[in-house]
Design a protein around this ligand. Structure first.
Ligand code: NDP
Length: 289
């Protein structure tokens, strides 16, 4: 392996330490940051993610409330819970674990969460601010990727950036953030005609597809920075990214591992967004202290 390893786990620990200090200061001023996590149904992966978020909250001094609802929950019941949490001053952030079981509508829930409590950054108001280049709540995975790039001293300005995947939660927002940093950005997706040729152009490649081993070493420009967002569970139980690590790490200049790359950064950014939301929602109160 010749590529430098971009250690998301180590950076996430440093980010979380800052968040812990901020949460401690807020708590000392009478504002305990609070995150509500809503889980509907019993998807095993979602249960693990929710437990992990709860554990992180505990470690960082963020009060967490987990609402575990049965898969039979109706849209009206789910909406009523969101409205209740929207009105609860002790809750600064609301996260609904996706995917929701059918026939629940994710869009409806995304729109319903108050933008200032939308710590996932998925509300159209927050995504609109992101598009306009305004300060707001940024989706956690793209924010984590940008933090990892910046902290590693990687320059984006003027470089060819290729993003594979165009979801609202990863592909599109990360492309927007790279554009804000003056990268020249290409977004690829399932209808892209010659994916290999597009990928080979990249000085900086972000892959967020959900297909194990989609990107191989022969497709990557020597020295490129490769950010692997994918999380794919193999039949053996092992979790791998979208990038074939063994071949790509021989060609790339820098690469994120899976696990230990983007994943830990995502959760660190969620914690950061929650504490920031608590601060913004209590500016009047804190100003008087
Ligand atoms: P989505 O399924 O919402 O989007 C996948 C994207 O990949 C789509 O835009 C799709 O194109 C594109 N795509 C599918 N097949 C191909 C192909 N053969 N070639 C090029 N593009 C293709 O996924 P998400 O964005 O939600 O997640 C992507 C991956 O990242 C998943 O593995 C997920 O588990 C992981 N993830 C990891 C996180 C972390 O913290 N590490 C956080 C969030 C996600 P089209 O639009 O045309 O259908």
């Amino acid at each position: 392996m010749s590529a430098k390893l971009l250690d998301g786990k180590a950076l996430a620990s440093r980010v979380k330490e800052t968040v812990r200090c901020d949460a401690e200061q807020l708590t000392a001023s009478g504002v305990v940051p609070g995150l509500a996590v809503v889980l509907v149904g019993d998807d095993p992966a979602s249960r693990i993610y929710v437990r992990n978020k709860e554990k992180n909250c505990q470690e960082l001094g963020i009060r967490s409330e987990v609402y575990h609802l049965p898969a039979t929950t109706t849209q009206a019941e789910l909406n009523a819970l969101i409205q209740k949490l929207n009105a609860d001053a002790k809750i600064n952030g609301i996260l609904v674990q996706l995917p929701l079981p059918a026939p629940l509508r994710e869009e409806e829930v995304t729109y319903l969460i108050k933008p200032e409590k939308d710590v996932d950054g998925f509300h159209p108001f927050n995504l609109g601010r992101l598009l306009r280049g305004e300060d707001g709540i940024c989706p956690c995975t793209p924010a984590g990727i940008m933090a990892l790039i910046k902290e590693s001293g990687i320059k984006v300005c003027g470089r060819e950036c290729v993003v594979v995947g165009r979801s609202n939660i990863v592909g599109k927002p990360v492309a927007q953030l790279l554009l804000q940093e003056h990268g020249t950005v290409t977004i690829c997706h399932s209808r892209t005609r010659d994916l290999s040729a597009m990928i080979r152009r990249a000085d900086l490649l972000v892959v967020a597809v959900g297909k194990a081993g989609l990107v191989e070493g022969t497709m990557v420009k020597p020295g490129a920075v490769v950010i692997d967002v994918g999380m794919n569970r193999l039949p053996s139980g092992k979790v791998v990214g979208d990038v074939d690590f063994s071949s790509v790490s021989k060609v790339a200049g820098a690469i994120t591992p899976v696990p230990g790359g983007v994943g830990p950064m995502t959760i660190a950014m969620l914690m950061k967004n929650t504490v920031r939301a608590a601060l913004l929602q209590n500016q009047d109160k804190l100003g008087k202290n």
